[in-house]
Design a protein around this ligand. Structure first.
Ligand SMILES: Cc1ncc(COP(=O)(O)O)c(C=O)c1O
Length: 223
């Protein structure tokens, strides 16, 4: 299966655009990315095509190859800097290589890289306590997962167990992950050609701004 997303868009177009509008230039930044010495762009593209499932697709005709990150910035293999307005992805908007986060990660991986949840670990307890202390009083426990998709699978199961209801409504263009959540994600490019997961109903996005319905009637109609 061959997938090309945003076929007509070329990432280099944005460069041409920013040259025409100098006030869109990014501010100076002191970090100097290291010289990229990995395989060539073409080789990486080929390995992606030959050795990685086509369900993992890249955006753009010439996908950007990201090789380094520093705080809000990313760098491609040529050293070109990009502003990451998402600071990562929605499920971990931590920026890139924040020195405090990196120091903590290094400290832990040098000590113990994995521990199953069937054993006790001090950091798991401390983290859960720190999180729940920040949440409203009636949210006093957490369930850790290792990805956003897994979190949404678990959230769906919890909601089904708690309410006794089965059907989940997924809104048009909502991204909720892949794998177990691919049909909860209501975007065609993430839905593979397999039977749809049961108990998920698609609905249009209740957008009152562009709604064809009158504002006073819209909520009722969408519901
Ligand atoms: C809103 C939202 N939900 C779920 C996910 C899936 O997360 P993951 O890629 O960690 O499985 C993402 C990822 O970007 C997301 O943005």
């Amino acid at each position: 299966m061959k997938r090309v997303i945003n076929k007509g868009v070329d990432a280099t177009q944005s460069v041409a655009f920013s040259k025409k509008l100098p006030y869109l230039q990014m501010p100076a930044y002191s970090h100097k990315p290291s010289a990229y010495d990995g395989p060539s762009y073409q080789d990486v593209l080929k390995m992606r095509k030959d050795n990685i499932s086509s369900s993992t697709f890249a955006f753009y005709k010439q996908p950007v190859m990201v090789v380094e990150g520093r705080m809000q910035y990313l760098y491609d293999h040529t050293g070109k800097r990009y502003l990451d307005m998402f600071a990562g992805i929605a499920t971990s908007g931590l920026g890139h290589c924040h020195p405090r986060i990196n120091a903590k990660v290094h400290e832990q991986v040098d000590k113990l890289i994995h521990c199953s949840s069937i054993y006790l670990h001090d950091q798991m307890g401390l983290y859960a306590k720190e999180l729940t202390d920040k949440l409203p009083d009636n949210i006093d426990s957490v369930l850790f997962s290792s990805s956003g998709s897994e979190a949404n699978v678990m959230a769906t199961s919890l909601a089904r167990c708690h309410t006794g209801n089965y059907t989940v409504i997924s809104l048009q263009n909502g991204y909720h992950g892949h794998g177990g959540t691919q049909h909860l994600t209501n975007i065609g490019s993430w839905n593979h050609n397999i039977p749809k997961t049961q108990g998920i109903e698609a609905s249009c996005f209740p957008d009152n701004y562009r709604s064809p319905h009158k504002p006073e009637e819209a909520a009722e109609i969408y519901a």
